[in-house]
Ligand binder design. Structure first.
Ligand SMILES: C[S@@+](CC[C@H](N)C(=O)[O-])C[C@H]1O[C@@H](n2cnc3c(N)ncnc32)[C@H](O)[C@@H]1O
Length: 267
């Protein structure tokens, strides 16, 4: 079977782009233009078999990132395994907002693959970065990513920021689980491959975000990711806890807090 025949046949069952990415991966080609330039070449049997196995996994709904073992985020390639959430394009807005804030200290809560913390370590080499997750397996994937990309991060296993001595006026970043199990518009088959601990939260998806807000007593800046349908509720909750809303961009909300405001609310 030739390259173009394999792509044509596979595109009947999965997205053509996914089929081309699978083949590019196995042919160790730099990009998909290789497939066009060599479209009438015969595929070696071992490569066709390997590609067919990936095709079958994709047909069952397994996300391409888990099939390939990596995903691009903000222009860099991150290892992903089923122990970590697949980095999403909407999370990239956090990077732009964090860079604009020019922080000295960053704390990434719920680091998963480490895509946010590592990207910021490389984009902002003077910032001190701590990355937290409650999952040992996620932390080990994040550590591998930090090593292969050359990022210096202080990784901690912790429940949100409970009991941690945070640096002065840090930028706290959190893409915590915010999916409500009752949302029926989501592709549940594809999500079933991702860690449940990384996706779902109680209280209409807001439990962990609320708990983090509760834990942030001292002055800080806060960047949160959540579904836009949740933003108004989060803004109300954050305001009650002394945070001022700054701006939002797509899935991301930005807040600041100073101690005085919090003390007033408590009184
Ligand atoms: C939505 S994923 C985000 C992963 C990564 N930051 C990203 O943007 O792709 C949420 C992460 O939060 C972690 N997590 C869940 N509950 C946590 C908790 N109580 N404390 C710390 N991390 C938690 C999960 O293990 C998961 O890695």
């Amino acid at each position: 079977m030739t390259i173009s025949e394999w792509v044509e046949r596979s595109s009947k069952y999965i997205d053509r782009l996914d089929a081309e990415v699978i083949l590019t991966h196995y042919l160790q080609a730099h990009d998909r233009s290789y497939l066009v330039a060599h479209d009438d070449e015969e595929l070696p049997d071992n490569i066709q078999q390997a590609c067919d196995t990936m095709l079958a996994a994709r047909m069952r709904g397994k996300p391409l990132a888990y099939i390939l073992g990596y995903k691009e985020f903000y222009g860099r390639r991150f290892i992903v395994t089923p122990e970590v959430l697949i980095p999403r394009p909407e999370t990239e807005d956090i990077i732009d907002l964090a860079k604009a804030a020019k922080p000295k200290n960053i704390v990434d809560v719920g680091t998963g693959s480490g895509c946010i913390a590592i990207t910021l370590a490389l984009e902002l080499p003077n910032a001190e970065i701590t990355a937290i997750d409650i999952s040992d397996t996620a932390l080990s994937v994040a550590q591998k990513n930090a090593k292969q990309l050359g990022a210096k991060i202080d990784f901690r296993k912790n429940n949100l920021v409970e009991g941690l001595a945070l640096p002065e006026k840090p930028l706290i970043i959190a893409n915590l689980p915010y999916v409500d199990k009752t949302w029926n518009w989501l592709d549940k088959n594809s999500l079933s491959y991702e860690p449940q601990l990384a996706l779902y939260a109680q209280q209409e998806g807001l439990e962990l975000i609320y708990r983090l807000i509760d834990q942030l007593d001292n002055p800080c800046r806060l960047l949160l990711e959540a579904d836009p349908s949740q933003h108004e509720q989060i803004k109300k909750y954050a305001k009650l806890h002394g945070f001022s809303f700054r701006k939002s961009r797509n899935f991301i909300l930005s807040f600041t807090k100073n101690k005085t405001a919090h003390a007033n609310i408590k009184a």
